[in-house]
Write a protein that binds this ligand. Structure first.
Ligand code: XMP
Length: 509
C-alpha cells in the first residue's frame, strides 16, 4: 500500500492534511517533526509532507529537519512553515512579512504545472515570507500583494513543492487538486485506501497481535466500541471475544434493553451486567463533575474486574481508541491540557495484567463508520451522536437521583424522537437535554407549579473540539418545548442553550 508521511511542526491544521488524504483514498500517518530518520525510512513513504507550525524558521530552537536527508527518502511538499523550512535549509531567504496574512487571500498563478487556472482563493495563516528562492527553484504563484505563495524545484531528481497557503483547509478553492498533483503525479501514489482494504489490513494486524488470546470488549452502545466488538468477533471468532455491556443507571431511556438486543442480533457473545444500584449508590450526594467522573470510572473498573475474574482465559482488553486521540499525544507541543478527565478504562490493563488491542488506532471517525457499514452494523448505531462515558450523570446537574434521571430520560426521549422525525438528527453532532438544579414557577392547568427546568443543547461540530449551537427552526423548538412541558410531569420550563465552544463546552458539567 502506498503511504504518505506527514511531519508535524505544530500546526492546528496538521490533522486536516491526513484527513484530506484519507478522503482521497491515500493512507497517511502523522509523526512528530523530530521522528527519527531510520523510522521514517522504515515507514517507506512515497511522499513526505512538512506541515505548518507556529514557529518562525529564524527563531533560535525552531523545529528543524535537514531537507536533503528527507528528499533522499521521497518527494517533499512543504506547507507554510514547511515551505519556509525548505527555503531556508536549501539556501533561500525567509523574512518576517511586513503584513501578516491571515484568512482568505487571492492568488495569481504564473505557471500552470500544478494548477489549471490563473487565480485561486486560498487560506493563509503566516507571519514570515519567502524572499529569495533556493537555487534551481521557480515561482509558481504569488499573492495579490506580491508575496511568493508557491514554489517548485528538484533535488537529487526528486520534486520539492512548497506552498505558503493551506491546501488542506476547506476554504482553499480546489485544495484537493493541488494535493492530488503532489501525491499522484510527483509521488506516483495509487489511491488504494478503501473500506475493504482497511478491513484486510486490520484483519492482518489483529491476528498478528492477538494470536490465540482471548479478548474482553467492553461495549458502550456507541459507534467505536460496537465496531471494535463486531470487527474482533468476525476476525477472531465468537469464542475468543467476550463482550459486556453495563447498565450503570446513567443510560438513555430503554437503551440498555434495546442496545443489548442489537448486539445479540449482530452475533456478539455479549453479557449484560446490570449494575444500576451499584453506580447510583456510589454517586449519592456527589455534585462535583470531576468527582462524578472519577467515581464512575472506578466503578466501571470494579465491574469489569469482577467480570474478568469469572473468565480466566482473558488476556487482552479491546479499546476503541481513534487516530485523533493518538495524534494529540504525539504533537510536538505535547498532549493538549486535560480540561476534563474523560472516562476510559485506563487503570484496568495494568491492574489485570491485560494487553491492549486497539484496532481503530489509525482511523478517523468517518473511516470507522465506513468499515462499520461494510461489517453490516445498522445505520441506527453508526449514525448515533457521541455519548459521554459518564452518561447522564453529567447532564443531571448537581445531585443525582433515580427520580431526576427518569425525568431527564423522558425529556431526552422526546427531544430525540422529534429530531429523528423532523430529519434534523443527522445534521447535528450532538443533541441532548440537561436537567437544571433549580425549580421555577409555572402555571400548569389551573394551578401554579414550582417544578424543574431543563435546557436543550444541540451543536454542530467536526470533531467535538470546537462547536456551534444549532440554529433550529422556531417551530421545532416550540413543538419540543410544548411536548416536554405537557408530557413530563415535574418539568415546567424549557430553555435553549446558545453557547458556542469555546467559550462553553458541549456538556454542561
Ligand atoms: P466537552 O463537554 O468537553 O465535550 O465540550 C467534548 C466531547 O466529549 C464528550 N465528553 C465526554 N466523553 N467522557 C467521555 O467519554 C467524558 O467524561 C466526557 N465529557 C465530555 C462530549 O459529550 C463531547 O462529545
Amino acid at each position: 500500500m502506498d503511504k504518505i508521511a506527514i511531519l508535524d511542526f505544530g500546526s492546528q491544521y496538521t490533522q486536516l492534511i491526513a484527513r484530506k488524504l484519507r478522503e482521497m483514498g491515500i493512507y497517511s500517518e502523522i509523526f512528530p517533526f523530530s521522528h527519527s530518520l531510520e523510522n521514517l525510512k522504515n515507514f517507506s513513504p512515497k511522499g513526505i509532507i512538512l506541515s505548518g507550525g507556529p514557529s518562525s524558521v529564524g527563531d533560535e530552537g525552531a523545529p528543524y529537519r535537514k531537507i536533503s536527508e528527507l528528499v533522499n527518502i521521497a518527494p517533499i511538499l512543504g506547507v507554510c512553515y514547511g515551505m519556509q523550512l525548505v527555503t531556508k535549509d536549501l539556501g533561500g531567504k525567509v523574512i518576517p512579512s511586513n503584513k501578516r496574512e491571515y484568512g482568505m487571500t487571492y492568488l495569481k498563478w504564473e505557471d500552470n504545472s500544478i494548477y489549471d487556472g490563473d487565480t485561486q482563493m486560498v487560506w493563509m495563516s503566516h507571519g514570515d515570507t519567502v524572499e529569495e528562492l533556493p537555487k534551481n527553484f521557480k515561482i509558481l504563484a504569488k499573492t495579490n500583494s506580491g508575496a511568493i505563495a508557491a514554489i517548485h524545484g528538484k533535488l537529487d531528481g526528486k520534486d520539492i513543492l512548497a506552498l505558503q497557503f493551506h491546501p488542506e483547509v476547506s476554504h482553499t478553492q480546489n485544495g484537493e487538486h493541488i494535493l492530488g498533483k503532489f501525491v499522484f503525479e510527483m509521488c506516483g501514489v495509487k489511491a488504494t485506501w478503501s473500506p475493504q482494504n482497511i478491513l484486510n489490513e486490520l484483519t492482518k494486524k489483529v491476528k498478528d497481535r492477538v494470536q490465540d488470546g482471548h479478548v474482553l470488549c467492553a461495549l458502550s452502545g456507541g459507534v467505536d466500541s460496537t465496531v471494535v466488538g463486531v470487527l474482533l468477533t468476525r476476525i477472531l471468532g465468537v469464542d475468543k471475544v467476550e463482550c459486556c455491556f453495563v447498565n450503570n443507571g446513567l443510560l438513555r431511556k430503554n437503551e440498555y434493553e434495546e442496545v443489548l438486543g442489537i448486539y445479540r442480533s449482530l452475533g456478539l457473545n455479549v453479557t449484560g451486567i446490570d449494575a444500576e444500584d451499584d453506580f447510583l449508590t456510589a454517586l449519592k450526594d456527589i455534585v462535583e463533575p470531576e468527582k462524578k467522573r472519577k467515581i464512575i470510572g472506578n466503578k466501571f473498573i470494579e465491574v469489569f474486574d469482577q467480570f474478568i475474574k469469572s473468565k480466566d482465559q482473558i488476556t487482552f482488553l479491546a479499546q476503541g481508541t481513534l487516530y485523533p486521540d493518538v495524534i494529540e499525544s504525539v504533537s510536538p507541543n505535547g498532549a493538549s491540557v486535560t480540561i476534563k478527565t474523560h472516562h476510559n478504562v485506563g487503570g484496568l490493563p495494568e491492574k489485570m495484567k491485560l494487553k491492549l488491542v486497539e484496532p481503530l488506532r489509525e482511523l478517523f471517525k468517518d473511516e470507522v463508520r465506513a468499515i462499520g457499514a461494510e461489517l453490516g452494523i445498522p445505520k441506527e448505531i453508526l449514525m448515533r451522536h457521541p455519548f459521554p462515558g459518564p452518561g447522564l450523570a453529567v447532564r443531571v446537574l448537581g445531585d443525582i437521583t433515580k427520580e431526576y434521571l427518569d425525568i431527564l430520560r423522558d425529556c431526552d426521549a422526546i427531544f430525540t424522537e422529534e429530531l429523528k422525525s423532523s430529519g434534523l438528527y443527522a445534521q447535528i453532532w450532538q443533541a441532548f437535554v440537561v436537567l437544571l438544579p433549580i425549580r421555577t414557577v409555572g402555571v400548569q392547568g389551573d394551578n401554579r407549579s414550582y417544578e424543574k427546568s431543563v435546557a436543550l443543547r444541540a451543536v454542530t461540530s467536526r470533531d467535538g473540539m470546537t462547536a456551534d449551537w444549532f440554529d433550529f427552526p422556531h417551530d421545532f423548538l416550540k413543538k419540543v418545548s410544548g411536548r416536554i412541558t405537557n408530557e413530563v410531569r415535574k418539568v415546567n420550563r424549557v430553555v435553549y442553550d446558545i453557547t458556542s465552544k469555546p467559550p462553553g463546552t458541549i456538556e454542561w458539567e
